[in-house]
Unconditional design. Structure first.
Length: 285
């Protein structure tokens, strides 16, 4: 876990605890001794790919540095019902304070990693990779994109600041592909920036206009059929990295890969998942 990620995680945990705990966990404070020690196991209740183990362990430590966490199954491994992912031992008030946050995060991340792994499996034997998008839960993007990576996917841009991605609305506001690209190149030169430029095209007319432009790194074929993607990839002929997007699902993703595209982007990796069922079961020491 790099320092930048850990810093985001600490901020996230502090805000989450403020939301959940407020001025105190009055259930635990009123019913349990303050100095009692206990342990708990994190139990898998649904088959899938586990993710967020390192994050969950770190959350326990952020809540209480004296908690002892023992991990048995690492991020990215397949799990089945009944598997024990980790044990946590220490003050029971600390364990209970961290419980829901750890579960919420790991259930969400595991669901994303599991779904991503299905797309990776569908692309097996091809050179195409699956990308995530910015269709993420606000303020949870760093965790959700981490889960995509754990599941074998590739992260697209993190935000609006690390890539110029000229989409349909930008094109329409600018008055066309060529003008939008020209504006972007001028902006990059003026600001001394080295970030890549990607352009979304909606049809072959826009693709032909784009191919007359210099300085573009990637093209996104939006809502093209697999057959149209095959034709579009041939027209690009290696001049740019290629990406297909728009309504691609598990049933169609391999068809797009076989059309020769470098990447497929799938918003559903993060915006349409159901949390994996996990639970934390307590035991007194």
């Amino acid at each position: 876990m790099d320092e930048a990620f850990k810093t985001k995680l600490v901020d996230f945990v502090q805000l989450s605890l403020k939301e959940d705990v407020g001025d105190g966990d009055h259930t635990s404070l009123s019913s349990l001794p303050i100095d009692k020690l206990g342990e708990a196991k994190l139990l898998v209740k649904e088959d899938g790919v586990i993710a967020g183990v390192d994050v969950g362990a770190e959350i326990f430590k952020i809540v209480d540095a004296d908690l002892d966490v023992q991990v048995f199954i690492s991020d990215g491994n397949k799990v089945t019902v009944g598997d024990i992912v980790l044990f946590v031992k220490g003050n029971i008030h600390s364990i209970l304070k961290a419980e829901r946050l750890v579960l919420n995060v790991m259930q969400r991340m595991s669901a994303i990693a599991t779904k991503t792994s299905l797309y990776v499996k569908a692309l097996s034997g091809t050179s195409t990779q699956v990308l995530d998008t910015r269709k993420t839960t606000p303020l949870l993007r760093f965790l959700e994109k981490k889960a995509v990576s754990i599941g074998g996917g590739v992260n697209h841009r993190f935000g609006l600041y690390d890539m110029i991605l000229i989409k349909d609305n930008h094109v329409d506001y600018a008055g066309g592909i060529a003008q939008a690209v020209q504006n972007a190149l001028h902006y990059k030169k003026e600001k001394g920036m080295a970030i890549p430029i990607e352009v979304e095209v909606r049809n072959f007319e826009e693709l032909k206009e784009l191919l007359s432009c210099d300085g573009v790194d990637r093209v996104m074929f939006d809502n093209f059929t697999p057959e149209d993607v095959r034709k579009a990839v041939a027209l690009v002929d290696g001049k740019m990295v290629t990406e297909a997007s728009g309504g691609i699902n598990l049933e169609t993703v391999r068809d797009y890969a076989l059309a020769g595209v470098d990447y497929v982007s799938v918003g559903a990796l993060t915006h349409s998942v159901y949390n994996m069922d996990l639970s934390l079961k307590a035991k007194l020491v």
